[in-house]
Design a protein around this ligand. Structure first.
Ligand code: ADP
Ligand code: ZN
Length: 217
């Protein structure tokens, strides 16, 4: 099963992708996470991407597409993948189409997480994650059960993304509306687009996605 999760920053794509990964044994591919790993390691791609990401702009298509191509060839994608944060531009969507075609794969669903912009700034600016396992938390909506200790792995170190500041969030939303939202009609035209209510609880969003995957929605 090959899926795309589409939606603005803070829509909850990462949370849902992780749940789907656990449930179906398909790989979560987050281009944002991959880029942050490149930045951390100080690689050539990381050096190129760092400033762009901190300004809330998009990394050039050819860098992203090459990175993705190598990623989907890895063995953990054998049962399928969930794309989280890719494609983000029309050229990326076109590259994905030809990549899939070359490997004889197809997309099963493109799932849009619908949310309103006003809620996103609050969601994003309060979020943090476990430095060890990556599970996400939020200052107001989802603190760990025991303060300072990760529910999932017991880790005690947390981190906040450099681009989760209010100023940068506005630029990221702008990039979404201008460059990524036009992909919605593109996938609707392929008959693949389904929408879920990204303003609902995490469990409810997961339920709605489950209905789509089982063919009930
Ligand atoms: P979010 O969806 O919450 O904004 P991501 O973690 O998906 O965050 O991405 C963070 C940043 O990484 C983006 O703002 C952008 O600079 C870069 N990035 C991630 N994926 C892509 C992509 N497919 N194309 C271009 N840039 C990307
Ligand atoms: Zn953890």
């Amino acid at each position: 099963m090959n899926l795309i999760l589409l939606g603005p920053p803070g829509a909850g794509k990462g949370t849902q992708a992780k749940m789907l990964e656990d449930k179906f044994g398909i790989a979560q591919i987050s281009t944002g996470d991959m880029l942050r790993a490149e930045v951390k390691s100080g690689s050539e791609i990381g050096l190129r991407a760092k400033g762009i990401m901190e300004r809330g702009e998009l990394v050039p298509d050819e860098v992203i597409t090459a990175m993705l191509k190598a990623r989907v060839a890895r063995p953990d994608c054998a049962k399928g993948f969930i794309l989280d944060g890719f494609p983000r531009t029309a050229p990326q969507a076109a590259s994905l189409d030809s990549m899939l075609k070359e490997s004889g794969l197809k997309l099963d669903h493109v799932i849009e997480l619908k949310v309103d912009d006003a809620a996103l700034v609050g969601r994003i600016s309060g979020r943090f994650s476990c430095a060890k396992c990556g599970v996400g938390y939020h200052d107001s909506f989802k603190q760990p059960a025991k303060a300072g200790v990760c529910d999932s792995c017991g880790g005690t170190e947390f981190s906040r993304r450099a681009d989760d500041k209010a100023e940068t969030v506005a630029a990221r939303l702008e990039a979404y509306h201008r460059q990524t939202a036009p992909l919605l009609p593109y996938y609707a035209g392929q008959g693949k687009l389904k929408a879920v209510d990204g303003m609902a609880s995490m469990a409810e969003v997961a339920r709605q996605i489950g209905e789509i995957l089982s063919g009930k929605a």
